[in-house]
Design a protein around this ligand. Structure first.
Ligand code: ADP
Ligand code: NA
Length: 330
C-alpha cells in the first residue's frame, strides 16, 4: 500500500524558527509523517534570494535541520534533506521558469512584499522567480499534499496551475498537489501588532517569538502581548485579535479546546491567561532548545541523517526530472 506523498520546505534564513513557523507549518510536518510518505527540506537555495553571509547560511542550514529534528521529525518516518544537495531542484526550476508567464509571476504577492522591503532596485531576479523554484520543489516529489501556512497558498496554487499546464502540453507527468492548511493556525499574528502575521522579516522585535530565544525573554514577551481594553477572555478574531491570537497559541500548544480555555478563564483577567501561557511556552521551548543543541553537538549524526535524506530524495527527484526532460524533448 503506498501512502500519499507530502512535501514541504522551510528557509534557514533567520537562525531560529518562530512560533508562527512552528504552529503553522512544522507541527503539521510532524503529524503527516504518520500518514504520508513525507519529504521535508531546508531550502537553502531559497535563502540566497536575499543577500547572505556564507558562513551564516551554512550554520543556519544545519541549525534549521537540528530544529526540525528537535520538533519531532523522525528520519525513520520521513525524508529530511537540504535542498541544494539535490541538484534536480535547480534543473526542474529552469523548466518551470520557461512555462511561467511573466505577468503570472508578477502577481505573486509575497514578491511584492519582500521586494518592497529590499528596496525595488535591490531585489534580485532570484527573488522574483523564487515561487517557480518552489513549484519545482513540490512537483519533483509528485506530492499530493503541501503543509504550509496561509501565506503560501498562492504559491501552491501556482504549482497546481503549472502542473496542469505541463500535463496538458506534454502528457500526464506531475501529480497536482493540494495545500494542507490547518485553518486554526494558518496565520499566527505578531504579539504587539495582531494586524500583521508573525514573521521573521516584518514582525516587531517584541512581537516575534523565536523558539531558540532565552525562555525568560519569551515569557516576558507573552506577558507584554497587546490585548484590548476589555476584560473578557473570549475568542473573537475581529473584535479581540490580540486575545484571540493568544487563545489560538495556548490551545494548540496544550491541546486544550478554545471553549475550554474560555470557560477556565471566565471572570479572570488577561493577566492570568498570559501567566499560564508564558509557563506553557517555557515548558515547550526549554526541551526544544536542549534537543536542538544535542543535534548540533553531534555533527556526525546530523550529517549522516542529511546525507541519507539527500540520497532518498535524489532517487525520487531524478526519476521525475528524467521523465519531464524526456517529455519536453531534452
Ligand atoms: P517567514 O514567513 O517568517 O518568512 P517562512 O517563509 O520561512 O517564514 O515560512 C515557513 C513556513 O511557516 C511556511 O509554511 C509559512 O507558511 C509558515 N508560516 C510563517 N509565518 C507564519 C505565521 N505567522 N503563521 C502561520 N504559519 C506561518
Ligand atoms: Na512565509
Amino acid at each position: 500500500a503506498t501512502r500519499p506523498r507530502a512535501l514541504s520546505g522551510i528557509q534557514p534564513t533567520a537562525g531560529s524558527f518562530h512560533l508562527g513557523n512552528y504552529l503553522g507549518a512544522i507541527r503539521q510536518y510532524v503529524a503527516l509523517q504518520e500518514t504520508h510518505d513525507a519529504f521535508y527540506m531546508v531550502v537553502d537555495l531559497h535563502a540566497i534570494t536575499i543577500p547572505q553571509e556564507p558562513a551564516d547560511l551554512r550554520a543556519n542550514t544545519r541549525l534549521a535541520a537540528a530544529q526540525l529534528l528537535a520538533a519531532g521529525l523522525d528520519p525513520q518516518r520521513c525524508t529530511l534533506f537540504i535542498q541544494s544537495h539535490v541538484p534536480e531542484h535547480a534543473q526542474l526550476g529552469w523548466v518551470m521558469n520557461c512555462l511561467t508567464g511573466f505577468g503570472e509571476a508578477s502577481r505573486m504577492t509575497q514578491f511584492k512584499d519582500k521586494s518592497a522591503r529590499q528596496g525595488a532596485d535591490r531585489a534580485t531576479v532570484g527573488l522574483f522567480t523564487y515561487p517557480i523554484l518552489q513549484v519545482a520543489d513540490i512537483l519533483l516529489y509528485q506530492a499530493d499534499s503541501v503543509p504550509v501556512g496561509e501565506d503560501q497558498r498562492q504559491h501552491v496554487e501556482l504549482t497546481r496551475d503549472l502542473a496542469e499546464r505541463f500535463n496538458t502540453r506534454f502528457g500526464s507527468t506531475f501529480t497536482v498537489p493540494k495545500p494542507h492548511i490547518v485553518k486554526e493556525v494558518a496565520k499566527i499574528y505578531d504579539l504587539q501588532d495582531p494586524s500583521i502575521k508573525m514573521s521573521k522579516s516584518a514582525s516587531t522585535p517584541k512581537g516575534l517569538v523565536n523558539l531558540l530565544d532565552d525562555p525568560k525573554a519569551t515569557a516576558k514577551k507573552i506577558k507584554s502581548a497587546v490585548t484590548d481594553t476589555g476584560t473578557e477572555i473570549r475568542f473573537d478574531a475581529e473584535a479581540k485579535p490580540g486575545i484571540s491570537n493568544l487563545l489560538t497559541i495556548f490551545s494548540t500548544l496544550t491541546g486544550t479546546g478554545i471553549a475550554d480555555l474560555e470557560q477556565r478563564y471566565e471572570g479572570k483577567g488577561y493577566g492570568a491567561l498570559k501567566v499560564d501561557l508564558a509557563e506553557a511556552m517555557v515548558d515547550f521551548v526549554t526541551p526544544f532548545r536542549s534537543r536542538t543543541q544535542e543535534y548540533l553537538d553531534d555533527p556526525e549524526t546530523l550529517d549522516s541523517i542529511l546525507a541519507e535524506g539527500a540520497e532518498k530524495a535524489r532517487t525520487v527527484a531524478a526519476e521525475t526530472l528524467a521523465q519531464a526532460y524526456d517529455r519536453i524533448g531534452l
